[in-house]
Design a protein around this ligand. Structure first.
Ligand SMILES: N[C@@H](CCC(=O)N[C@@H](CS)C(=O)NCC(=O)O)C(=O)O
Length: 142
């Protein structure tokens, strides 16, 4: 597992695909039409700057499930505990527009949302989680 830890440093070059582009996109400076482009940029930097990024709440059982699963997988990840921030609701709204769901956790690997706690655990049980994380580490080291 230690070798995995060294693999998962990420330069964050992957681009987010936003499915719900605002049809008046040219009038807005953000991809999701967010009224807070700076916060949207912050969220994107977190996603693109970490091979594994978890938007989480300290009070949430599914978030604990996701983080425990990632710990069991030996992954290095950043967890942003949004309930410690005054803009938690806005972050969830931005994530909702990006991923189709405002629930926490929202787990991103290599710039893509893999889902929440249940999906993270299912991927690990299916033996697919570690390869996804390793793939990100390999891309980052190229
Ligand atoms: N199926 C989702 C369920 C996630 C879920 O229900 N999360 C709760 C918190 S534990 C949530 O986001 N509630 C609304 C909120 O906190 O704003 C998963 O596996 O992650």
């Amino acid at each position: 597992m230690n070798s995995l830890r060294t693999l998962v440093k990420c330069t964050g070059s992957s681009l987010l695909r936003v499915s719900q582009r605002n049809i008046m996109g040219s009038l807005f400076s953000s991809d999701t039409g967010s009224s807070n482009p700076e916060l949207e940029q912050f969220v994107k930097e977190k996603i693109n700057g970490n091979c594994v990024m978890v938007f989480s709440k300290t009070t949430c059982g599914f978030c604990r499930m996701a983080k425990e699963t990632l710990n069991n997988a030996g992954a290095t990840y950043e967890a942003l505990e949004i309930n410690n921030r005054p803009d938690a609701y806005e972050i969830q709204s931005i994530l909702g527009k990006m991923t189709g769901s405002t629930t926490v956790p929202r787990v991103f690997i290599n710039g893509k949302c893999i889902g929440g706690g249940s999906e993270t655990k299912s991927l690990h049980n299916a033996g697919k989680l570690i390869p996804m994380i390793e793939d990100c580490g390999i891309k980052a080291s190229l």
